[in-house]
Write a protein that binds this ligand. Structure first.
Ligand SMILES: NC(=O)c1ccc[n+]([C@@H]2O[C@H](COP(=O)([O-])OP(=O)(O)OC[C@H]3O[C@@H](n4cnc5c(N)ncnc54)[C@H](OP(=O)(O)O)[C@@H]3O)[C@@H](O)[C@H]2O)c1
Length: 224
């Protein structure tokens, strides 16, 4: 089952690509700069050009799963947030429906369901994510909507929770290591029974082993 990784050159994306290679998963990476292709080819990974502000349908063609881990980034203008995080997401969701994608994993954000309760500086991003997530949840796709807290480049802990403090208005405590988000994505990709569940999963680092946490989110017998 071929999986397209959108945002494969990003901080989560690069880690995910390496883990997929190690696990022998069949992946394709979409990059927006031809100069980024060679690093993936040297890993034995298929890499194709695609831009969330341009053509994305060729990149999706022939894939059965999509991981969307792209974003315009905190330093970009609100204008880019609209074009990439909102409109780019919506276009990929619509194209994935058209092309019969079997499982769509979206990396969204904690508090995307309540932008006014998030840090002020990223509220416009949370609004964009809210609308894109709504599009996914009302689509015909089978999806896993991951809403991680503030992402850190710290080592994997293997321990997570869905319980966070809404009063933590700067998301100072509500954090998760990118490595742990990658592990969650990998476990979702490796369990073909999960997608039929159409789940939204809030997640930060916590006390539960990732496998147990996912078992709790889904039903026990579905984790192989
Ligand atoms: N930072 C946080 O604390 C946080 C918290 C919760 C959720 N998130 C979400 O998690 C996502 C992934 O995190 P990350 O740390 O891996 O982000 P990242 O390192 O900024 O990666 C984002 C990726 O999106 C790609 N991208 C940007 N514009 C694009 C376009 N027009 N077409 C195609 N690709 C495009 C970038 O391409 P290039 O490599 O070419 O720049 C990059 O590979 C973020 O985008 C954000 O939505 C972030």
């Amino acid at each position: 089952m071929k999986t397209l990784i959108i945002g494969g050159n990003g901080k989560i994306g690069k880690r995910l690509v390496q883990r997929c290679v190690d696990a022998g998963l069949d992946i394709r990476v979409m990059v927006r700069d031809l100069g980024q292709i060679e690093q993936f080819v040297s890993l034995g990974v298929e890499a194709v050009f695609g831009d969330l502000e341009g053509n994305i349908s060729d990149a999706i063609s022939g894939c059965e799963q999509v991981v969307f881990s792209a974003g315009s980034g905190a330093k970009s203008s609100p204008h880019k947030t609209l074009l990439v995080d909102l409109w780019g997401s919506i276009r990929v969701i619509e194209e994935s429906e058209k092309q019969g994608i079997k499982h769509f994993i979206m990396v969204s954000s904690l508090k995307a369901d309540a932008p006014l309760r998030g840090p002020e500086r990223i509220r416009h991003y949370l609004v964009a994510r809210n609308l894109a997530d709504e599009k996914l949840c009302t689509s015909t796709l089978n999806y896993t909507l991951l809403r991680p807290g503030r992402l850190l480049d710290t080592e994997a802990t293997g321990l997570v929770t869905g319980k966070f403090d809404w009063g933590d208005s700067n998301n100072a405590q509500s954090c998760i290591a990118r490595e742990d988000v990658v592990e969650l994505i990998l476990q979702c990709l490796s369990n073909p029974d999960l997608p039929a569940q159409r789940r939204t999963i809030d997640v930060i680092n916590g006390d539960y082993p990732i496998r147990e946490f996912l078992q709790d989110q889904y039903s026990t017998e579905m984790i192989a």
